[in-house]
Design a protein around this ligand. Structure first.
Ligand SMILES: [Zn+2]
Length: 338
């Protein structure tokens, strides 16, 4: 293994740990945890589970997913180095762990997805997306997730790590389903503060994301975390992920949480802007920064007879993208509540 990831990236070669994880190959780290006496599973390509040999409901169950979007490579590198280090002292793992690399095939070709957005497939009604490559991958991931959380104790986590595809007034932010019970939600937001996540958006309704699925169906404290900017595999500036990496490492080692780096600002969802037809037109484009404020009365989008208008004194737009498929979310409007 090349000890210096930067020189490896410059020479065009990926460090071994990153290359293996990006390809969904967990065999090397699985071997180390197996030798240390854990119950290790490789239920599908790109999925690793490491559980205590004797089931223990007091042990937290932590699901970490990366690469759900194949072009969001920073968290892949971050988790590759983290699990490589942890696997050398495997007994330090204090939780039952599932690691999932979402879109292995898209990562291999440097794309966001093969047919369609994997992070819209985690719901029963898939409509026109049902026959896509990603629908089948979601079924595989769901089956592994069901098995992982079966019999787990109450402390269940799902951290789905992404990077944003556009600049943001909050460089790092997270989406948290409202349906998570209050005590678990507080623990999750505390962890997000340790990871230096500046903003948390409370989400009342699924748009088919993996973390919402885990929260709704498995009682996990789940979140989709946007950790900085999209970049090329092997060439990411990992310093932007240092706080998140440390917070994740502490969670997996069962170390009491460090002091929060930030107290995340909390936002409520004012509305999801859904693209209803091909007549959809949006006043903000893909280049608009996340958390750009809009004033009361401003038109966000029109779609035939439907007009989406800012109703609060101020709403901030997140994930604006008029180019999504009909039926999918073209933007999220939020208001600050804490
Ligand atoms: Zn993403």
């Amino acid at each position: 293994m090349n000890a210096d990831p930067r020189s490896a990236a410059e020479s065009g070669a990926l460090p071994e740990a990153v290359r293996l994880l990006a390809g969904g190959d967990f065999s090397t780290v699985a071997q180390r945890f197996t030798e240390a006496g854990f119950a290790v599973g490789l239920p599908a390509a790109g999925i690793l589970t490491v559980k205590a040999a004797v089931a223990d409901a007091a042990r937290p169950a932590v699901l970490v997913s990366v690469g759900v979007h194949g072009d969001e490579t920073g968290p892949i590198e971050m988790v590759a180095w983290l699990i490589e280090a942890l696997s050398h002292t495997p007994r330090a793992l204090a939780v039952d762990l599932m690691l999932c690399v979402g879109s292995i095939d898209a990562i291999a070709v440097g794309k966001r997805f093969i047919d369609a957005d994997l992070n819209r497939m985690f719901r029963s009604e898939r409509g026109a997306l049902a026959g896509t490559f990603e629908a089948a991958r979601a079924d595989t991931i769901i089956a592994a997730t069901v098995d992982f959380f079966a019999g787990a104790g109450p402390a269940r986590w799902h951290l789905d790590l992404h990077t944003a595809i556009r600049p943001s007034h909050y460089p790092m932010f997270a989406i948290v389903p409202e349906l998570i019970a209050e005590e678990r939600r507080k623990a999750l937001i505390d962890w997000l503060g340790q990871a230096a996540i500046g903003a948390v958006i409370m989400n009342p309704k699924s748009v088919g994301t993996y973390s919402y699925y885990s929260s709704e169906h498995h009682g996990a404290a789940g979140t989709t975390v946007e950790l900085g900017r999209v970049g090329t595999l092997g060439q990411n500036d990992l310093s932007q992920f240092a706080d998140a990496s440390q917070a994740l490492d502490q969670l997996l080692r069962g170390q009491a949480g460090a002091a929060a780096k930030v107290a995340p600002h909390v936002f409520a969802t004012a509305r999801q802007v859904i693209k209803l037809s091909d007549a959809f037109s949006m006043s903000v484009g893909r280049d608009t920064w996340n958390f750009t404020p809009m004033k009361k009365g401003e038109v966000i989008a029109t779609d035939g007879d439907t007009v989406y208008t800012v109703e609060h004194d101020e709403e901030l737009v997140v994930f604006p993208n008029p180019d999504v498929r009909v039926g999918l979310r073209a933007g999220l409007m939020v208001t600050r509540i804490g």
